[in-house]
Write a protein that binds this ligand. Structure first.
Ligand SMILES: [Zn+2]
Length: 297
């Protein structure tokens, strides 16, 4: 607001100066064309009237600005604004979360950061002017994007590894392997169903679930014999083939590389979380102001 008053005063001076020059030019020209004296005086009176009016308006604005009631209102607005900024920083802090490998499905494109959609988010750069922190944030976003792409590629490779054409893979075929990679499960537990009237040599009449997720299924088969579980079926074709794929991928360089990218994302996430936490504790956001704050102080 102080800037506004300064600009207003500057505006009055410039406009007054401009009108003076125009009037003087008009004055000289008027003389040259021999206009009568009272017309020249009228121009000067208009100029004086304008300056008085502008000065009065400036004085009124300054009075209103210094009015105690108005000062209190501005303080309240500022307090609410700073609280909203603090809430946004806290939400942002919780948004910065690198998802586990089992959370990244085919539809995953990037880590959602809903706080970025908040209209106040742009003003955070003014409230938290620590450039190093902003660079870390961009690094975290780039690292998690690379990690998510790598994760999706690994999922595709796992799905493409299934070679028994007569048994179709399910939507979440690779999920039990990803959960094992994420250390959310310790081992693969199998459950195998065989359709009524068929036997274990007829693969297309079987359904396999791993850790309670259907991975192989024939949608046309609806009635089954009681399922075989774990040791009862682990040597059968479908569980055995699935286990082979899991073993191969869990030991692969691609899986190690993926976990390396995940660790990198976590590292940057921790750095960001620590920075934001220490800034919140030190109320850094209150020390630096945005354009909105500047209009209130
Ligand atoms: Zn602000």
């Amino acid at each position: 607001m102080r800037q506004f008053l300064f600009r207003l005063q500057l505006g009055v001076i410039i406009v007054s100066g401009f009108i003076t020059i125009i009037s003087l030019i008009y004055d000289v020209r008027s003389v040259s064309i021999q206009l009568v004296g009272h017309e020249i005086q009228w121009q000067w009176w208009a100029l004086v009237g304008f300056i008085v009016f502008a000065g009065f308006m400036t004085w009124m604005v300054i009075r209103l600005w210094q009015d105690p009631a108005h000062i209190e209102i501005r303080k309240d607005y500022l307090k609410q604004h700073l609280e909203a900024v603090k809430d946004l920083i806290e939400q942002w802090k919780s948004d910065i979360h690198t998802p586990n490998v089992s959370r990244i499905g085919p539809e995953f494109s990037k880590v959602p950061v809903p706080s970025e959609d908040n209209p106040l988010f742009n003003s955070l750069r003014k409230h938290l002017p620590n450039q190093n922190m902003w660079r870390n944030y961009e690094s975290w976003k780039a690292a998690t994007k690379k990690y998510a792409d790598s994760c999706k590629q690994l999922r595709t490779k796992i799905r493409e590894s299934w070679t028994i054409d007569e048994v179709k893979i399910e939507r979440y075929f690779e999920q039990p392997i990803m959960r094992l990679l994420a250390k959310q499960d310790k081992k693969l537990r199998y459950k195998l169903w065989v359709a009524s009237g068929h036997n274990l040599s007829e693969l297309e009449y079987q359904v396999l679930a791993v850790n309670d997720t259907d991975v192989l299924k024939n949608p046309n088969v609806t009635t089954f014999l009681p399922p075989l579980q774990d040791e009862q079926c682990s040597e059968e074709t479908l569980p055995r083939e699935y286990q082979k794929i899991a073993d191969r991928f869990l030991q692969s360089d691609a899986a190690k590389e993926l976990m390396g990218l995940y660790e990198k994302g976590l590292e940057l996430e921790t750095t960001m979380q620590d920075s934001l936490q220490s800034m919140l504790l030190a109320s850094e956001h209150s020390k630096h102001t945005c354009e909105y704050c500047q209009r209130l102080v």
